[in-house]
Design a protein around this ligand. Structure first.
Ligand code: ATP
Ligand code: MG
Length: 434
C-alpha cells in the first residue's frame, strides 16, 4: 500500500456518525422499553457462527445461504460465517442453553448482520437488525402481541404511510398441495418465466411468488392462491389472528403472494412496507417457524418472530421528518472559564453538576472569553456559568441565561453572581423555571 492511498470502510458498510447516532440510541432504547414492558428479555449471541448453522436453519436454497454470506476459514481451518440474520443464532443458543425444553421464552436482540449484496439505498453489507422471537406458543395470541409491539414502536416514533401485510402459508400438507397446483399452473407458462423462476420451479416454487420481475408477477395474477389450500385448522388460526388485530385496532391487508425470503416459515407470515421509501421498502418482516427448533436438534417448539432493518427504519423516519425526532441534543449548562485557577474550579463544577444529573459542557483548552461564548451559543445550552480571574479568587461564579427569549421569562436578563457553593441550587431552580 502506498503511503498516500486512502483507507476506507469496506464497500457497503458505513459509519454511523454523531449527527445520526442520537436517533439510533433513541430507537434502540424505545425498542428495549416497549419489548420489556411485555416481558421480552434481551439475548446477545456471537456475530460469528459455524457456517453449517445457517445452511441448516435458513435453507441452502435461499438467496442468503446460496450467495450472500460472508464465509471464511479461521486459522484452524474451521468454516465460520458472519451472521446474516438473528433467528438461527437464537435457536442455536436456546437449544444449547436449555431455554426451550418445557419452557416458554420471549426474546429480543439487536446487532449487526452481514450480507454480501449489491449496496444501494436501504441495502448494505453490514446492517443492524432488531429482532423479536417467541418460543413455546403455537396460538395466534402471541402473534398479535408481537405485531402489536411493532405497531406501538412505529406509532411512538411517528412513522407514517406504512402498511402491515399478512398471509398464511398453512401447514406442511397444505403447502405441498399448493406447491403442486402452482407448479402445474406455471409449467404452462414456462417459456415466459425468467431464469431464476425456472430454477425455482424445480427447487422452491413458492419463492417465485416473491419475484421482483414484473412479467412474472403479471403471470402470477391468475395463479392459484395459497389461502384456498389451507387446512381447516390453519384457516381458523389465520382468522383468529385477524380478530385479534382488529380488536387491537391494528390495520392490515392480506397479501396472498407474501411468502418471505426464508424457507422455514409456516402459517402466519407478515411484513411492513413503507410507501414513501422506494425499492427497499420492507422495514420489518417475519412469521411463524414451528419446525425449526426440532429440525436443529431441539425439542419440538413452536416459534414466531420478526427482523427489522434499523438503517431502513431510521432513514424512513428522517425522510418523513417524524415529529418525535425533534429531540433536543443541546446541553443544559456550558461553563466558560479564563485562567488556571478558574479552569480548576470549572472542571470541579462540571463534575458536581453532572453528578446531580445535569448535562454540562465545559470549555477545554485555550480560548478568549468571546470565543468561549461563541462555543456556548453553539452548544445550545440554556445556562452559562462564567468564571474569570476575579470570580476564581472569591469562589464566585456568574450565572447567565443564554437564550434571550428564556431570559425574559425569568428575572435573569442580567447575569447574576453567586457563590460556587450555591451553584447547584441556583442552576436547578433556574432550569425548573425555564
Ligand atoms: P429484502 O427483501 O429487502 O432483501 P429480506 O427478505 O432479505 O429483505 P429479512 O431477511 O427478512 O429481509 O430481514 C429483515 C429485515 O432486515 C428486512 O425487512 C430489512 O428491513 C432488513 N434488511 C435485510 N437485508 C438488508 C440489507 N442488506 N441492508 C439493510 N437492511 C436489510
Ligand atoms: Mg434480502
Amino acid at each position: 500500500m502506498s503511503k498516500k492511498s486512502k483507507i476506507q470502510a469496506v464497500k457497503g458498510m458505513k459509519d454511523i456518525l454523531p449527527s445520526d447516532s442520537h436517533l439510533w440510541l433513541m430507537v434502540e432504547s424505545m425498542c428495549a422499553d416497549i419489548f420489556s414492558r411485555r416481558g421480552y428479555r434481551q439475548i446477545r449471541t456471537p456475530m460469528l457462527e459455524s457456517t453449517h448453522l445457517f445452511a441448516r436453519s435458513i435453507g441452502a436454497e435461499t438467496d442468503i445461504v446460496s450467495k450472500e454470506m460472508y464465509t471464511f476459514e479461521d486459522r484452524n481451518g474451521d468454516s465460520l460465517t458472519l451472521r446474516p440474520e438473528g433467528t438461527a443464532s437464537c435457536v442455536r443458543a436456546g437449544i444449547e442453553n436449555g431455554l426451550f425444553y418445557n419452557q416458554q421464552q420471549r426474546l429480543w436482540y439487536t446487532g449487526p448482520m452481514f450480507r454480501h449484496e449489491r449496496p444501494q439505498k436501504g441495502r448494505y453489507r453490514q446492517f443492524y437488525q432488531v429482532g423479536v422471537e417467541s418460543y413455546g406458543w403455537s396460538t395466534p395470541d402471541i402473534e398479535a402481541e408481537v405485531l402489536a409491539m411493532v405497531e406501538q414502536l412505529f406509532s411512538e416514533l411517528g412513522l407514517t404511510n406504512t402498511t402491515l401485510y399478512i398471509n398464511s402459508l398453512g401447514d406442511a400438507a397444505s403447502r405441498a398441495s399448493y406447491r403442486d397446483a402452482l407448479v402445474d399452473y406455471l409449467n404452462e407458462y414456462k417459456d415466459q418465466l425468467d431464469e431464476d423462476s425456472v430454477r425455482r420451479l424445480g427447487s422452491n416454487p413458492l419463492r417465485i411468488l416473491d419475484s421482483k420481475n414484473e412479467k412474472v408477477q403479471s403471470l402470477l395474477d391468475n395463479a392459484p392462491v395459497i389461502l384456498d389450500y389451507l387446512s381447516d385448522e390453519s384457516k381458523l388460526h389465520f382468522a383468529t389472528l385477524q380478530d385479534y388485530l382488529t380488536t387491537l385496532g391494528i390495520e392490515f391487508e392480506i397479501n396472498p403472494k407474501l411468502v418471505r425470503g426464508l424457507d422455514y416459515y409456516n402459517d402466519t407470515v407478515f411484513e411492513w412496507i413503507n410507501h414513501d421509501y422506494g425499492a427497499q421498502s420492507t422495514v420489518c418482516g417475519g412469521g411463524r417457524y414451528d419446525s425449526m427448533v426440532e429440525q436443529m436438534g431441539g425439542q419440538d417448539t413452536p416459534a414466531f418472530g420478526f427482523g427489522m432493518g434499523l438503517e431502513r427504519l431510521i432513514e424512513m423516519l428522517q425522510e418523513q421528518n417524524a415529529s418525535s425526532l425533534e429531540i433536543s441534543q443541546s446541553c443544559e449548562v456550558f461553563i466558560v472559564s479564563v485562567g488556571d485557577k478558574a479552569r480548576l474550579q470549572a472542571i470541579k463544577l462540571q463534575d458536581v453538576l453532572t453528578k446531580q444529573g445535569l448535562s454540562v459542557q465545559c470549555h477545554m483548552g485555550a480560548g478568549s472569553m468571546k470565543n468561549q461564548f461563541k462555543k456556548a451559543d453553539k452548544s445550545l445550552a440554556l445556562i452559562g456559568l462564567v468564571i474569570g480571574d476575579a470570580e476564581a479568587q472569591s469562589n464566585q461564579v456568574n450565572v447567565k441565561v443564554l437564550r434571550k427569549e428564556l431570559a425574559q421569562k425569568t428575572d435573569m436578563e442580567q447575569q447574576r453572581s453567586v457563590s460556587q457553593d450555591d451553584v447547584v441550587n441556583v442552576v436547578t431552580n433556574l432550569l425548573d423555571s425555564l
